[in-house]
Design a binder for this molecule. Sequence first.
Ligand SMILES: C[S@@+](CC[C@H](N)C(=O)[O-])C[C@H]1O[C@@H](n2cnc3c(N)ncnc32)[C@H](O)[C@@H]1O
Length: 324
Amino acid sequence: MSLFPMFLRLEKRRLGGAVAADGEALGREGVNSPPAPATANAPAPGSCRRWGSQSAGLVARQSAKVYLVGAGPGDPELLTCKAARLLAQAEVVLYDALVSSEVLAMAAPEATLVDVGKRAGRKLLTQDEINGLMVDYARRGKMVVRLKGGDPMLFGRAGEEMQALREAGVPFELVPGITAAVGAAAAAGISLTDRRVASQVLLTTFSRGDSGPFPGGLNWAAITRETTVAIYMPGVQYGEVAARLIENGVAPETPCAVVSHASRPEQQVLRLTVGTLRDELRLPAPSLLLVGRVAAEDLTQWNAGLRPGALEPARGEEGAGRNN
Ligand SMILES: C[S@@+](CC[C@H](N)C(=O)[O-])C[C@H]1O[C@@H](n2cnc3c(N)ncnc32)[C@H](O)[C@@H]1O
């Protein structure tokens, strides 16, 4: 059964924005075929904004296709040029809760916007329903942007959505975005792989619990003295997160940073140590926790205060990371 009529009433949130004027043809290739060479669509350097600032009504009809697009951490200037262009040209935008209103405002005024977001346990639509919507709109000949916070391929269920599109025979394309860990690192001035103290970055979450396909959760053995850990969806129970890190061998003195609303006007950065993380911090979601020696407030802390042996390198890792 088509989900289309059921969701029509959800979709009429209008925001500012406009439509690209040049009506360039988008790729009409097969499923997940590579994008056209960059030169075909590339805006002139520094001219990204033109995609969101042209008058409406001049866009040529786009081919039916779904673009899984990364919206970045919130600042609209952190969108890729390609994301901005597609957003300005889309006939339908299916967006998640974490997409900022400034980014949404870059959609065309006549585009249909559908909030498919899930936030704090309040599910608007199931994943199957979202998949159904993408397929329905594409089959109606629409150019669809499926807009996801950060990068669609990181904690974004892009895999399930690509599978649904592939099975339905709907052409799609992926457009990466700046993931929250990278946005948060920039906000906090943290070099995630600073070669003096880090050799690897682990992007992870505790939010999947122990009931998923990987019972037992995180691979703690992968965390060494040289690991920077980016914890997505830490929730607000920072005390619990700290306890979990410490019971699995992370020294309480390990520096960390909580970054809330990275790249947005309400951005906040708190630098602490794992041992001083507390529930009372109450930094508003979305927030992300960066843990590791790279998060030290000043260079003198990098090698101080780490419990000897707590984060010993795994066998064979000594010397890693010297060349970058
Ligand atoms: C479901 S995950 C989606 C991640 C997204 N696909 C990405 O690549 O960033 C949502 C989590 O990303 C993090 N996040 C997203 N935007 C953020 C921001 N602007 N500041 C801090 N954390 C953010 C938070 O940990 C949030 O709970």
